[in-house]
Design a protein around this ligand. Structure first.
Ligand SMILES: O=C(O)C(=O)Cc1ccc(O)cc1
Length: 394
């Protein structure tokens, strides 16, 4: 089956009663409120930056006791005891057809195909449970809808303009799941079989049969990567499946599993076209980022590597931005055209502290300069920075 799923339409977050996180995303990360749906029991707020939309779902009354599971439109209620990013909505052409095929493959469909309409037209959606933790997918056809967001939502006018604030976020670049041990391969198979996603290699050194093993310096992690069949490596949204290979359990991936109470979405990479101005503006707004030890910028020829990429080591060090130049990419990678890429490919990344009160979900800014994969050096630097942070928290 080649389900034609495109880039995510929104990523849905559920926050427990009264955590005020919607406010944080709006004020600290400067996402713009675009539409809201409010009932006596729940509020659903859509916040946008570029084409990246977070839908923040919260209860307005404590306790899930008698609440119907359909209080949240376009989603299911994961009944969270803590903040969680649990739903990724994809736009599809044929919701009933896809839902039927998914059901025939044994998938669970907590919301069967459902039509919702208002003055702007109608949409059809269904929700399917994934095999990873609490993650579900809303499958949405909004080709017959002209309103600003989705039926049932009221547009929010008068949000302060985002123009010229230095934050250049364009879209969701990738979504990283934490899988239980042994679970990444099963998740890979599920997304290939059910959604027609394609595997891609994260790094020229990755062996297809094994996956990308990031090891050394306290890191032990397996990464497998997929992207939707529509779109190229440069434009489609990627799913990264991470699994811990570490023995001691004191690392970012195992900590997520423990504090989240199982597998789920660990972070979302937001693509930026200017990581320096975006990080600076977000820091000024109060966002907190992991920063590598200052030695990161002086050791092992890093400053030369940064200068060679045309960036300024002092600026990156001041903000804590990581830079990785990748080895020449395998020209056989699907969706990449070597002729269009500059000879010096690199990427820059920076990771926020966990967003909720637990050490679970966080955001990342990623600025790709021709590099479609992920840098081992950056992942190791992140692990070290998180380790220092977790040690300080104890
Ligand atoms: O680098 C990225 O953005 C990744 O998605 C890889 C990754 C996966 C899990 C981690 O705990 C840290 C990094």
């Amino acid at each position: 089956m080649a389900a034609s799923l495109s880039r995510p339409c929104f990523i849905s977050l559920h926050v427990p009663y009264r955590q005020g996180w919607a406010q944080d995303l709006a004020t600290t990360f400067r996402f713009q409120p675009v539409a809201v749906r409010e009932t006596p029991r729940v509020r659903q707020l859509a916040l946008r930056r570029g084409s990246a939309i977070f839908l923040i779902n919260e209860r307005l009354a404590p306790g899930p006791a008698s609440a119907s599971c359909h209080d949240f439109l376009y989603d299911v209620d994961p009944r969270p005891a803590l903040g969680t990013a649990s739903n990724v909505c994809f736009e599809v052409d044929d919701v009933p057809g896809l839902c039927e095929r998914l059901q025939s493959r044994g998938c669970s469909l907590p919301v069967p195909p459902t039509k919702v309409r208002d003055g702007g037209g109608s949409v059809t959606y269904g929700v399917v449970s994934s095999i990873v933790g609490n993650i579900s997918h809303t499958l949405l056809d909004r080709s017959c809808y002209q309103g600003p967001f989705l039926p049932g939502f009221q547009p929010i006018q008068g949000a302060p303009s985002a123009a010229g604030d230095g934050i250049e976020i364009t879209h969701f670049d990738h979504i990283t799941y934490v899988c239980p041990r042994g679970g990444a391969r099963a998740a890979l198979d599920w997304y290939q079989r059910c959604f027609g996603f394609r595997r891609f290699l994260l790094n020229p050194r990755e062996r297809p049969a094994e996956g990308y093993v990031v090891g050394g310096q306290g890191v032990g992690m397996l990464l497998l990567a997929l992207q939707s069949a529509q779109g190229t490596l440069a434009h489609g949204c990627k799913l990264i499946l991470a699994e811990s290979l570490s023995e001691d359990g004191a690392n970012q991936v195992d900590t997520f599993l423990e504090q989240h109470g199982g597998a789920g979405i660990q972070h979302v990479g937001l693509r930026t076209t200017n990581i320096v101005s975006t990080t600076r503006a977000l820091q000024q707004g109060g966002a907190r980022f992991f920063t590598p030890p200052t030695a990161y910028y002086s050791q092992g020829g890093k400053a030369e590597e940064i200068r060679g990429a045309g960036q300024d080591p002092r600026t990156l060090a001041e903000l804590g931005i990581l830079l990785d130049t990748t080895a020449p990419w395998d020209k056989a990678q699907p969706g990449t055209d070597a002729r269009e890429r500059p000879s010096q490919e690199y990427l820059m990344q920076i990771f926020t502290h966990p967003i909720f009160s637990e050490e679970t979900f966080f955001l990342e800014l990623i600025d790709r300069r021709g590099a479609p994969g992920f840098g081992e050096g950056n992942i190791q630097a992140l692990w070290k920075a998180v380790q220092v942070y977790m040690d300080q928290q104890q």
